[in-house]
Design a protein around this ligand. Structure first.
Ligand code: DAV
Length: 351
């Protein structure tokens, strides 16, 4: 490896000029099968019965979702951004969920890429199967640190004692603390500081583990969030550019955000509208706050779902150009532009 090789991974915020990114794939995605108490804690009530073993998402939703992702890839490529795509995986065959939500399983922190120790059994093999080849390619292209997650091969303990717990009693989350668990999408990067949330998929040991995985000089702080259904922070807070963050006022507050010194001087904006729930195609796995789940490709350009006109209009006052693209069928299976991507290289990293 020549010592002059450029890093294939170098990103520690959500807004600097994007240079390289992973964009997910929807084909063969299935409703994830997890214990009923986990589905109850995290998924919209009207769709609970769909979360069974071997339960496919509607084929037409998946076809359209892949067309949307392909269009996103083209737009990113036109912007000069290098795009990596996951393997095709038969999620039905392996009892898994999807390759369309890479943000949950991988996070770049500086020149390190960290694999999430998923709490969900249905996601145990997701990074290996969908993104293993990308990790190998990144390692070939430049010097980087890859931190793979410890794997549970047989019986897990993460749900022990939780399935029948009564709501009033501790613990309040759908997992226990018997091993480290987090989803990468429970964290946002603000340079040397990551801000995260505890959730139904991220426990205390998981946060300690992440602290041990981030490169020297990086710290992980936890935001106070009021959301018993919490799973992924990217419809709760989202930095749109340096110094500007939008938050969901039903889940957190300016007071809670200001406790983080990295946000002291930021313009913190409660999203001023009430987003509308969509049922065609259905939002099987998320809330209507998914409209906040945008992808900044630079400090002045943000990709937004084309139907989220209110959001697109709202960002213009901050000197941000919204790029509207369709992603409703990807939304249907679990997330929007932030969830469906992993930024690998952004132009500036903090020093
Ligand atoms: O708050 O509805 C959005 C993010 C899903 N990965 C929510 C979750």
């Amino acid at each position: 490896m020549p010592s002059t090789a450029l890093p294939s991974v170098q990103a520690d915020n959500e807004w600097s000029q994007l240079r390289a990114v992973i964009v997910g794939r929807a084909a063969n995605s299935c409703f994830p099968s997890e214990p009923p108490h986990m589905i109850k804690a995290t998924m919209p009530e009207q769709y609970h019965e769909k979360f069974q073993p071997k339960s496919r998402f509607p084929q037409d939703v998946l076809h359209k979702a892949d067309a949307e992702l392909d269009q996103l890839v083209n737009v990113l490529a036109q912007e000069g951004i290098k795009v990596y795509r996951p393997n095709n995986v038969d999620w039905y065959e392996v009892g898994g969920y999807t390759g369309s939500m890479p943000r949950d399983g991988l996070v770049a922190v500086g020149n390190t890429i960290i694999e999430a120790p998923f709490s969900w059994r249905s996601r145990r093999c997701e990074v290996d199967l969908a993104y293993g080849n990308i990790l190998a390619e990144l390692a070939k292209e430049g010097p980087l640190t890859i931190v793979r997650a410890p794997k549970i091969l047989d019986a897990d303990t993460i749900y022990n004692g939780i399935e029948n717990h009564e709501k009033e009693k501790e613990p309040v989350w759908a997992i226990n603390n018997s091993r480290p668990a987090f989803d990468a999408a429970d964290f946002m990067r603000f340079g040397k500081v990551l801000i995260g949330q505890y959730s139904n998929v991220t426990n205390h040991k998981g946060v300690e583990y992440l602290r041990a995985c981030v490169p020297d000089g990086y710290t992980v702080e936890m935001l106070e969030v009021d959301d018993p259904h919490a799973m992924h922070i990217d419809a709760t807070i989202l930095p749109l550019k340096r110094g500007l963050l939008v938050y969901n006022p039903l889940r957190t507050s300016e007071t809670a955000l200001r406790r983080h010194s990295v946000l002291q001087d930021w313009d913190l904006r409660a999203y001023p509208f009430v987003p509308k729930m969509r049922d065609d195609p259905p939002l099987f796995m998320t809330s209507e706050w998914l409209c906040m789940n945008v992808l900044s490709i630079s400090e002045s350009k943000v990709i937004v779902e084309e139907k989220d006109v209110e959001f697109a209009e709202w960002v213009k006052q901050f000197g941000i150009q919204p790029i509207p693209l369709p992603l409703q069928h990807v939304n249907s299976i679990g997330g929007s532009f932030h969830c469906a991507t992993v930024d690998l290289v952004r132009h500036d990293v903090s020093v």
